[in-house]
Design a protein around this ligand. Structure first.
Ligand SMILES: [Fe+2]
Length: 509
């Protein structure tokens, strides 16, 4: 009965995982940072439920809580979870003293465990002489087999698996290929106009219906599909045109050079004009040609973890609906005008595209706390970033480039400007009700990337990842074999580059 109650609690938390103020969502205006904070809270509650459930099962089965969690992880995760490398600490009480040591080490070797730490001490119980603490890295499946095998030995009095961070809680799953983003659609559906009295569309039934229709497209979308066309209404096009013309006026003076360059190209190709809202499919095709970035339709803001994961595959999840006509200069949540005018031009710049992908790659397998920090960095760079250009400060953040009021505020003498420094930026509290009092200025995108990479190297993730552009897969660089294959591939590429250099430098050229 108690276990069933714990399971029910767990399900309740899963349902509660919807972003709405009545469910504890901390802010009125949607942002990736608040989403990350809310997600941390929900995950914490869910983990507590998992542990409560494990504790109850452990009492019944004679196993430790960690073993129950490990068994559950194997049962839920299938073959992939079985092969996942697990860090574990095991305590063994040795009845016949050090004679058992060799037997234990041989058992670890038999199950392909790598010993990271070994320690013996005099036992405090009268039944055994020594206790052994051994820390190992091994697959989850082998770990359970090892524990069972040791328990069968008469020379050992007891074997316990102790909690390591990633034993008590399963490592976060993350997509390895863009097709798996179909599973990363954890949209918080309850933040809808009808639930927020301050939303400009609160009393407009027709607008709410339109939002629902467009959201259905995103929910039905699967990897490889063509993004369906939306027949935008005259009123929606008018709203777009009004924001477009404002950006057009402000851009020459205030937007960074990279943004201006792509904007002009989009105009030349007929994708950007005040009389037509670009379709996501045509914009996606343009982006793919420029930097390999592409779009997926999203019904609204995703969880911070899911949103950032998409960036690792050079995929930007974009809304398709238009803000309410009564409020062309303000929207409480991202709409396609913000995405198209704010985000997409810079995702067509190679250096910025790389920076965005680096944030995404850093998020894969990151802890909840780190996801919150990455979301904060994203907020102060991709959304509200400033950069230097020929002795002047220009805007590159999407939240600035698509918002007339905040752009002028950011570039006035009112806010404080600080140099972008990821370790400090990541913990800076941000303002979501009014304009920011602090903005971070990057020397250049290259400089921002360099600093960001150095900061990411200090994060807790025990492995490195790499995006393989040939297969579209994210590879975890956790084995000598994989690294050797990668070094061979890079050697071939370096050879091609040096051949090209030699040819260019030869007198015949
Ligand atoms: Fe945005």
């Amino acid at each position: 009965m108690a276990v069933a109650a714990a399971q029910k609690n767990r399900e309740m938390f899963a349902i509660k995982k919807s972003y709405s103020i009545e469910n504890g969502y901390p802010a009125r205006r949607r942002s990736l940072v608040d989403d990350a904070r809310f997600e941390t809270l929900v995950v914490k509650q869910t983990k507590q439920c998992v542990l409560d459930e494990a504790r109850l099962r452990a009492n019944d089965s004679g196993l430790t809580e960690e073993e129950v969690v490990l068994q559950n992880a194997l049962a839920e995760g299938g073959p992939e979870a079985e092969q996942e490398i697990q860090k574990a600490a095991i305590v063994v009480h040795m009845r016949d003293g050090m004679n058992s040591l060799v037997r234990i080490l041989k058992a670890i070797e038999k199950f392909h465990g790598a010993i990271c730490h070994l320690e013996t001490r005099q036992s405090r119980t009268y039944k055994t002489q020594f206790d052994l603490l051994v820390k190992v890295d091994m697959t989850r499946q082998s770990l359970l087999q090892l524990i069972r095998s040791l328990r069968q030995s008469n020379a050992l009095e007891g074997v316990s698996l102790l909690a390591e961070d990633n034993i008590s809680v399963k490592n976060p799953w993350f997509p390895r290929h863009a097709s798996e983003l179909d599973n990363c659609n954890h949209l918080m559906t309850k933040y809808e106009p009808e639930l927020d009295m301050n939303h400009p569309g609160f009393a407009d039934k027709e607008y709410r219906e339109r939002r629902k229709q467009i959201a259905e497209i995103a929910f039905a979308f699967k990897y490889g599909d063509t993004i369906p066309t939306i027949n935008y209404t005259e009123s929606e096009i008018k709203t777009w045109g009004s924001v477009f013309n404002t950006v057009l006026d402000l851009m020459p003076k205030h937007a960074c050079m990279e943004y201006r360059k792509v904007f002009a190209k989009l105009q030349e190709e007929g994708i950007f004009s005040p009389n037509k809202i670009p379709q996501l499919e045509e914009m996606s095709a343009f982006m793919r040609r420029e930097t390999g970035f592409s779009l997926r339709p999203a019904a609204g803001l995703l969880t911070a973890r899911d949103f950032l994961a998409s960036l690792a595959f050079r995929i930007f999840q974009s809304t398709q609906y238009v803000r309410h006509e009564n409020s062309p200069n303000h929207t409480p949540e991202p709409d396609c005008i913000h995405e198209l005018l704010g985000h997409m031009p810079l995702l067509c710049d190679p250096s910025f595209a790389q920076f965005s992908q680096e944030i995404g790659l850093a998020s894969l397998g990151a802890s909840d706390d780190e996801i919150e920090k990455l979301s904060t960095v994203y907020w102060f760079t991709v959304e509200f970033g400033l950069c230097k250009e020929g002795g002047q400060v220009k805007a590159y953040g999407a939240g600035l480039l698509s918002s007339y009021g905040e752009l002028l505020h950011a570039l006035s003498d009112k806010p404080e400007l600080r140099a972008f420094e990821p370790s400090k930026t990541a913990i800076q509290p941000y303002q979501d009700q009014e304009y920011q009092p602090i903005y971070y200025v990057a020397e250049s995108f290259e400089d921002a990337k360099d600093k960001f990479r150095r900061w990411v190297a200090t994060m807790s993730r025990p492995f490195e990842v790499r995006f393989n552009p040939h297969t579209g897969r994210v590879e975890v660089l956790d084995s000598v074999h994989r690294l050797e294959a990668l070094v061979n591939q890079l050697n071939t590429e370096v050879l091609h580059l040096s051949n090209a250099l030699t040819k260019l430098k030869s007198p015949s050229c």
